[in-house]
Ligand binder design. Structure first.
Ligand code: BGC
Length: 267
């Protein structure tokens, strides 16, 4: 067994559970740096809770030996309230109503904090990215399989806004405007931008934001589509793309949001 390194103060593990992969790393939450390599395992088919917990536990193995027992923040593509996952878009329906924090704490035996994936990304941009030091209303959207949203006011998060499910032209906005819709319908950047234009114009009308931040993997191609949008509000790419969820979830866990309160007594 490898000798345990003393964990630097304010260190936590961030885990990002998605429809295709589970990613994780150890984060220095003061600087926002990753202290370990980024681990990735495939999300087990069906996305069921027990299988995902099993895969997450395996992914953490080496990290625990190297860094010791650290709090773990988990970001997840669902509404999360009081440690429970309350919805399941693009993931197994068994997550609906599941006490996910308690379940993960019982198995991993460290404090766990579950948070919506877009909220984690929004929190990461406030701490280490494009929303740092910004006052007013900042709206981050992640464009991926679905659309996630994080609404921030003066750096404080209003959780679980779920603006990807805003009904627009008779359907949930993410059905037409997520990055998956671009791929599914083989849209050019221009065609996709027309759908994004409709979506962000509507968000502007509802929220009068001071800044839009666009995250998700596709935001690395921001030069292809952001300049095509004609909005009153400035719109910028997220600073942290693939690591945003990991950073945000780790920082929330390190801040003591996972308190061990759910830990079940071990048999
Ligand atoms: C889910 C959100 C999530 C977003 C991005 C949506 O379908 O409802 O909870 O933040 O996808 O993963």
């Amino acid at each position: 067994m490898t000798e345990q390194r003393p964990a630097p103060a304010r260190t936590a593990i961030g885990i990002d559970i998605g429809g295709t992969g589970i990613k994780g790393a150890v984060v220095d939450v003061v600087t926002g740096e990753l202290l370990s390599d980024r681990r990735k395992v495939a999300t087990p088919g069906g996305g069921r809770p027990g299988d995902i917990l099993e895969a997450t536990d395996r992914m953490l193995d080496g990290l625990r030996e190297e860094f010791g027992a650290l709090p773990v923040g988990v970001c997840f593509p669902a509404i999360v309230k009081g440690g429970r996952t309350l919805s399941a878009a693009n993931i197994s329906h068994e997550w609906i109503g599941l006490p996910a924090e308690a379940m993960f704490e019982a198995r991993l035996e460290v404090p766990i904090h579950f948070v919506n994936d877009a909220d984690a990304a929004g929190h990461a941009e406030v701490r280490f990215g494009a929303a740092k030091g910004r006052s007013g209303v900042v709206l981050l959207t992640t464009l991926g399989t679905g659309i996630g949203s994080a609404l921030l006011h003066d750096g404080r998060l209003v959780p679980n806004t779920e603006l990807g499910h805003l009904e627009l032209d008779g359907q949930g906005a993410e059905k037409g405007a997520a990055y998956s819709a671009k791929e599914r319908d083989s849209l050019s950047w221009e065609q996709w931008a027309a759908r994004l234009q409709r979506y962000y114009t509507h968000l502007e009308l509802l929220f009068s934001p001071d800044l839009f931040i666009v995250g998700g993997g596709v935001s690395k191609h921001h030069a292809e589509f952001l300049p095509l949008l004609d909005l009153k509000t400035p719109i910028v790419p997220a600073v942290h793309r693939n690591n945003a969820g990991i950073l945000g979830a780790a920082d929330l866990a390190a801040a003591g949001h996972g308190t061990g309160k759910h830990t079940a007594p071990t048999a």
